[in-house]
Design a protein around this ligand. Structure first.
Ligand SMILES: Nc1ncnc2c1ncn2[C@@H]1O[C@H](COP(=O)(O)OP(=O)(O)OP(=O)(O)O)[C@@H](O)[C@H]1O
Ligand SMILES: [Mg+2]
Length: 333
């Protein structure tokens, strides 16, 4: 049975129409004129227990709004959301849901700014009524995967971004929630801390079978963690399915980039290889993109190496990043 159900959900924000200047500011206060922003338009999906799903989309697509509705910070304008059968935004059902979910917003901390991390964790233990034994087990686990020890006694406001993000992740999990919402949990992290976070998220999902919904603009994180992605475009779902399927839909594309000190006529190069190849210049390199079901790598490489002086060459397979870029540009799949 699904652990999360999002059924025909819509979220409309009302934004007062602003008038310029000081007088305009006062006029705005008493004006009844609003712009309506449809941040989320009639979306539906469900999540099975233990799944890790990537929730992606361009800036402003409505991802954070959906997450806020799923954890009860916002109420849908239409439709309903069920987390283990309860509505997170319903005043009488909220409590049931809060025990079951954990949330990390990469952009802002949920911790008490002036308290040392360890004290925040102890307060959360009390709030969620976690037994001493469970707290100890979970703390040991989180300390191991997130290496919290070095900064446990520092006030949260003194933590570096990477430490703060690890602290936030630990805090969101101390009550062992069944569902974890991660909204840009790796934003601004250096490669080492980011790797640690990704490994920790994998480990959490494997050990506790936590259902995870992850929002990020980093497609490497998505590829590392998720089989399934949901792509949101201006509030509507454009795709919900496996990463493999979307890669197949876009064809088995390879990109060959080469650098030549020789002057190259791109049109001639294209004619030699065939019309199904895309040719462009990027940072001085010539990039050829083609579907290997239509043109063989052998044929392309032979043409390049036989006919041109090649100073450098790379072959890349189609990344989720390049597919997503195309989807954001064309707004279709
Ligand atoms: N409280 C609010 N009042 C008015 N408009 C809002 C509010 N919150 C969000 N919006 C608008 O709703 C749309 C969706 O915003 P949302 O934060 O969900 O996007 P997002 O997909 O998370 O984007 P990003 O990748 O930049 O974080 C945007 O146009 C935003 O300006
Ligand atoms: Mg957001």
């Amino acid at each position: 049975m699904a652990i999360i159900e999002v059924k025909s959900v819509k979220k409309v924000f009302k934004k007062p129409v602003r008038k310029p200047g000081i007088i305009g500011m006062f006029k705005t206060l008493f004006s009844l004129k609003y712009d309506l922003i449809e941040a989320v338009k009639n979306i539906s999906f469900s999540l099975e227990p233990g799944e890790i799903v990537g929730y992606i989309g361009a800036n402003g697509a409505g991802k954070s709004t959906t997450i806020k509705m799923m954890c009860g910070i916002l109420t849908p304008t239409e439709g309903e959301i069920l987390v283990e059968g309860y509505h997170p935004y319903h005043p009488k059902q909220r409590r049931h849901v809060l025990n079951k979910i954990g949330v990390v917003f990469g952009q802002r901390t949920q911790l008490w700014w002036d308290l040392p991390l360890i004290e925040s964790l102890i307060i959360l233990k009390q709030i969620y009524d976690v037994s001493n034994q469970d707290y100890k087990d979970r703390f040991d686990f989180l300390n191991k995967v997130l290496d919290l020890e070095p900064f446990l006694s520092q006030p949260v406001r003194t933590l570096s971004l990477g430490q703060r993000m690890r602290a936030d992740l630990a805090a969101s999990l101390i009550h062992n929630p069944k569902v974890l919402f991660l909204d840009e949990p790796t934003i601004g992290l250096d490669v080492l801390v980011k790797d640690r976070m990704i490994k920790a998220i994998k480990e959490i999902n494997k050990t506790y079978e936590t259902t995870i919904i992850l929002t990020t603009h980093n497609m490497d994180d998505i590829t590392d963690l998720c089989h399934r992605i949901i792509i949101l475009d201006e509030g509507s779902i454009l795709y919900d399915g496996s990463i493999n399927l979307i890669k197949k839909k876009f064809g088995d594309i390879r990109h060959i980039r080469f650098f030549s000190s020789q002057e190259i006529d791109l049109q001639l190069l294209k004619t030699k290889i065939g019309h199904d190849v895309d040719v462009e210049i990027q940072n001085g390199y010539i990039e050829l993109s083609f579907d290997i079901e239509k043109i063989s790598i052998n044929q392309v490489l032979k043409t390049i190496l036989n006919d041109y002086v090649v100073d450098d060459i790379h072959i890349k397979e189609n990344s989720l990043e390049s597919i997503v870029k195309k989807i954001y540009e064309t707004r279709q799949i």
